[in-house]
Design a protein around this ligand. Sequence first.
Ligand code: ZN
Length: 180
Amino acid sequence: MKRAVFLDRDGTINIEKEYLYKSEDFEFIPGVPEAIRMLNQAGTMVVVVTNQSGVARGYYTEDDIINLHRHITRELERSDAYVDVWLYCPHHPDGRGSYALPCNCRKPLPGMLQEAATRYDIDLDNSIMIGDKLADIEAGQAAGCRTILVRTGYGAQVEQAIGPQVTVCDDLLSAVKFLL
Ligand SMILES: [Zn+2]
C-alpha cells in the first residue's frame, strides 16, 4: 500500500482568493513547488483534495477547475514537481441542479480521501492531510490520517480556535520539512 499526503488547495497551495478559477489570479504560496518536489522525491503520493462549491453556486464550471489544475500542473513542472491526483467536490447543499447534493465528498467529510485510497491503494493510517481550515483537519481525522494545520490562508485564525492537540506549521514547506 502507498503512503499519501493529501493537500488542500486554496490557502495551502495557493494564496486564498474567494472562488478562484482564473489561471491569471493563481499565485503559489512561497515554497510550495519545492515542498511538492520534496514529497515527489520521497516517493509519497501527492493528492489534492479541494472543495469547489463555486460550481454548485454557478460561479464557474468543472471545466474551469480542470483548466486551472492544468495551469498549476504546468507551473509545477518548472520546479520538477507534480501532483499525482487532483480531486475536487463541486457540490453544495444550497447549490443548483444536479450539484445540489448533500454529498460525502465535501470536506469535513472524508469521501475524497476514501475514494483516493480505494482507487490507488493508499494506506490512510500511514497518510497525512495538510490544510488551512478546520474542515481539512476534520476530514483527515475522519479518514484516519494524521493531520497538519498550516498558518497560511485561514490557518492562523483556525489555530486560535482549536486545541493544542493539532500539529501546526507555518506553511506547506515547513510542514513537509517537519514530515520528512
Ligand atoms: Zn461533493
